[in-house]
Design a protein around this ligand. Sequence first.
Ligand SMILES: NC(=O)c1ccc[n+]([C@@H]2O[C@H](COP(=O)([O-])OP(=O)(O)OC[C@H]3O[C@@H](n4cnc5c(N)ncnc54)[C@H](O)[C@@H]3O)[C@@H](O)[C@H]2O)c1
Length: 294
Amino acid sequence: MARTRKSLFADGDFAGRVAFITGAASGIGNGLARVLAGRGARLAIADVREDAIEYAAHELRQTGAEVEPFVVDVADRSAMTACAASVAERFGAVHLVINNAGIAQVGTPMDQIDEQTYRWMFDVNVHGVTNGMTAFAPLLRSNGAGGGHIVNVSSIAGLFLVPQWHIGLYSATKMAVIPLSLGMRLALSPSNIGVSVVCPGRIWSELRNNSAALSPGGGALVSNLPDDIDENVMTAAHAAEIILHGVVNDRAFILTHPEHAKDVADYHKLVTDEFEYWTSALSDIPEEAEGAQS
Ligand SMILES: NC(=O)c1ccc[n+]([C@@H]2O[C@H](COP(=O)([O-])OP(=O)(O)OC[C@H]3O[C@@H](n4cnc5c(N)ncnc54)[C@H](O)[C@@H]3O)[C@@H](O)[C@H]2O)c1
């Protein structure tokens, strides 16, 4: 008989447990670090920006938290493996892994995006997540029956393509994170390791500035957004509370902005409408053209 999984965090207790968070120098990752510090977690915080992650660690230590900063590029598989070894050496165990680091590219028509940007977006937003999962899963497994939890940060843009926005590349990377997360959830469930994928709507962060500063080609990567993009934006602290609720309740999906449910349904209707078209069209298309050689 299948064993019912009891999540390590089902008791809602983060105190003394070790959390590894990527992209923790700013925005959602930093919000998560602050909220987890408030709940007594021990923190391994990582980012590609050395000064920023060291400053974030300094600030968190002021609150009395136990924190260690790690400088790592999530896109670099061997660097992530080495980082996991360093975290294990420093903390002895890891219980919660949050693959949050990401970058955005929005507003440029897709035929004008250069090859370097295409690769970079997939390297960071997709391979960064798989690197985090594969580098840290063995550490979570070594907790034995206790297990642990992985959180991967996708986006609401992973659930639908915003009509009229040039957001196809960003959406593609964030869409990829969803099946990768659900697939890993299935694979790690027997080891009592939960996997959740977060699909946030708009959250206050430095995503536009950081993406521009980090981009290999340099320059702004996010442009042509609607004027109301910065209205009704959720704080990173609020998003962090929602994400931890999702961890405690071992949710496969963590959704911060349920008001987008209709956008997601409309996006899926594009596909179901196409099935209707093709169901009718296929009845008129012969399997073989008359007189064709088989
Ligand atoms: N802010 C939003 O509205 C929003 C909405 C949906 C999804 N997201 C996602 O949330 C995640 C966090 O973004 P944020 O909005 O807090 O932005 P942010 O720029 O404030 O934070 C992201 C952090 O990731 C770091 N980072 C970038 N590339 C890295 C790399 N290669 N290796 C290690 N660290 C790297 C940055 O230095 C930065 O500190 C991203 O994956 C983003 O796509 C954000």
